[in-house]
Design a protein around this ligand. Structure first.
Ligand code: ZN
Length: 247
């Protein structure tokens, strides 16, 4: 009896720590690459978010229809990576103005189709709509990392599903006021964004159906996403916390 209990306990611990390499929500397929970089497929289109890896592994997959950048930092925008990606003639880059300027500065001889979005602006990308959401620090000693207005988080409206990508941010009023989010990618790393307590508190405020911790490698290693999951689910067991393999 004791032994089987131990086995069950071990198994549940393994399950708790299991990190998936892919995740499918309804008709949207998601693949984490690393840290802030991931891929999404919906209705025959491939969306590549913050490609920043040094290797060209992203080229082993189809050419992206859309590249979505949140901010200028190296873990989000990497000119070498953009330079090495195979793109379609129709590939559109969605970016805040600061990233567009950096693209033009770093890759002056290349031509890209860039759709600039400022905080609060929206655009149609084929069948989907995208809204740019402010992303910024609010804690006084972290203000220098992300000033309000430079970077974008995003909400992607894919059919009936709404996908939130936080970018690098703390739990701003704009985040806490989000409505009808199906899947939320939420950053949690110190000192650059927020800790797991604030990330859990924000999750409980805007109540996405699914929350995916991402961007959780900080100055002192990885944030404790198991604790994040527990903090969310002890208050609201209806919110699914999906732990994917980012590192
Ligand atoms: Zn970052």
């Amino acid at each position: 009896m004791k032994f089987s209990f131990l086995i069950a306990l071990m198994f549940s611990t393994v399950l708790l720590n299991a990190q998936q390499t892919q995740y499918t929500y309804k008709d949207i397929r998601i693949k984490p690459v690393t840290h802030a970089t991931f891929q999404m497929w919906y209705a025959g289109k491939y969306y590549l978010v913050d490609p920043s890896v040094e290797s060209n592994t992203l080229n082993e997959l189809a050419k992206p229809d859309y590249i979505i950048y949140t901010d200028i930092h190296f873990d989000h925008f990497n000119p070498n990576n953009l330079d090495s990606l195979n793109l379609k003639p129709t590939t559109v880059i969605i970016a805040p103005d600061a990233v567009k300027k950096l693209i033009e500065e770093k890759l002056p001889n290349k031509k890209f189709k860039i759709q600039v979005l400022a905080n609060g602006e929206s655009a149609s990308l084929g069948k989907i709509k995208i809204d740019a959401i402010p992303m910024y620090n609010i804690t006084p000693e972290r203000l220098q990392f992300h000033t309000k207005g430079r970077g974008n988080g995003y909400v992607l409206h894919m059919g009936k599903r709404n996908i939130y990508i936080s970018g690098d941010t703390e739990d701003t009023p704009e985040m806490r006021a989000l409505k009808n989010i199906d899947v939320a990618f939420l950053c949690m790393n110190l000192p650059y964004t927020m800790d797991v307590d604030h990330a859990a508190s924000a999750t409980l405020a805007f109540k996405p159906k699914v929350v995916i911790p991402y961007h959780y490698r900080g100055k002192d290693g990885l944030s404790d996403v198991d604790t994040f999951k527990k903090k969310v689910n002890v208050e609201d067991s209806n919110i699914k916390v999906e732990l994917l393999k980012w590192y």
